[in-house]
Design a protein around this ligand. Structure first.
Ligand code: SAH
Length: 263
């Protein structure tokens, strides 16, 4: 049987499925706070961009654990509407603003942000491409903090290698990703693996009921059926091969101006 790839699934349908869930990718509030702990001097003057924010689970965690002002950006307008409504419900609308845009074509000013955040989204435009493009929007010595799918070992079984390479062609090891951070102009600060519960409790398990509901809502819709099959396969492969890959939080600092050294 031919495997279904993520690229054959409709963007609007993926978003219709996921925006009803609390999160659209693996992660947790605890791990967002842990990543924040590597970044110093956050105050009410700090400006954060949260790219590929989805409906804003991690955006609210950032807002509730800092006094920073946050601009959250996503390509999907439905997610941004939800995020802005959520900010209002939490009384955070003065510090949290969702906008529609693409993270590979940011319209911000140079050096506008102290921190660029992105959970479970950079793979959509590419790890290296994203880091290289985002750098100019960061202040000197600003930070980037992203989660990204990564291999834990140099080699892994062909079945899982094939599946992930199809979904995220650039997927690589932690060591290689750290070298990309250095290559694109950042000093690596920390890298840590997200615990399994970020996938199971916060990503796969909440999807189960939604999958049933979604299939009922779209009877006979082949695209919807393929999508659910793809997601079930993703969960099945994770439980089989989780020792070979996971999400990793990467935190790095933009290399500042060190003077006029001839290198
Ligand atoms: N950060 C959220 C959502 C992760 S899902 C969470 O962890 O729960 C990935 C998100 O990236 C989706 O909301 C999708 O709409 C968004 N996305 C995909 N391509 C994008 C692009 N080019 N620019 C901005 N957002 C994009």
């Amino acid at each position: 049987m031919e495997e279904i790839t993520i690229h054959e699934i409709d963007f609007a349908l993926i978003n219709e499925f996921f925006t009803e869930l609390e999160r659209q990718g693996p992660g947790s509030a605890e791990e967002t706070v842990r990543a924040l702990s590597f970044i110093g001097n956050i105050s009410n003057k700090t400006k954060i961009a949260d790219l590929g924010c989805g409906t804003g689970f991690q955006t609210m965690v950032l807002a509730q654990n800092t006094e920073a002002t946050i601009t959250a950006l996503d390509l999907f307008a439905g997610s941004i509407d939800k995020l802005n409504a959520k900010a209002e419900r939490h009384g955070l609308q003065d510090r949290v603003k969702g906008i529609v845009g693409s993270m590979d074509d940011l319209q911000f000013g140079d050096e506008e942000f102290d921190i660029i955040w992105s959970e479970g989204a950079i793979g959509n435009i590419g790890f290296e491409k994203g880091l290289a493009h985002w750098k100019r929007f960061l202040k000197k010595d600003g930070y980037v903090a992203v989660t990204y799918e990564s291999w834990f070992t140099d080699d892994r079984p062909a079945e899982i290698e094939k599946w992930w390479t199809e979904a995220v062609p650039e997927i690589s090891t932690i060591a290689h990703n750290i070298s990309i951070m250095q290559k694109t102009g950042y000093i690596p600060v920390a890298a840590f693996v997200l615990p399994e519960t970020c996938w199971t409790d916060n990503y796969f398990i909440p999807q189960k009921a939604r999958q049933e509901e979604f299939l009922k809502k779209h009877p006979g819709n082949k695209t919807a059926e393929n999508m659910v099959e793809f997601l079930r396969r993703e969960a099945e492969l994770y439980s089989k091969y989780k020792q070979f890959y996971g999400y990793v939080f990467y935190i790095a600092q933009k290399i500042g101006n060190w003077g006029n050294w001839d290198l």
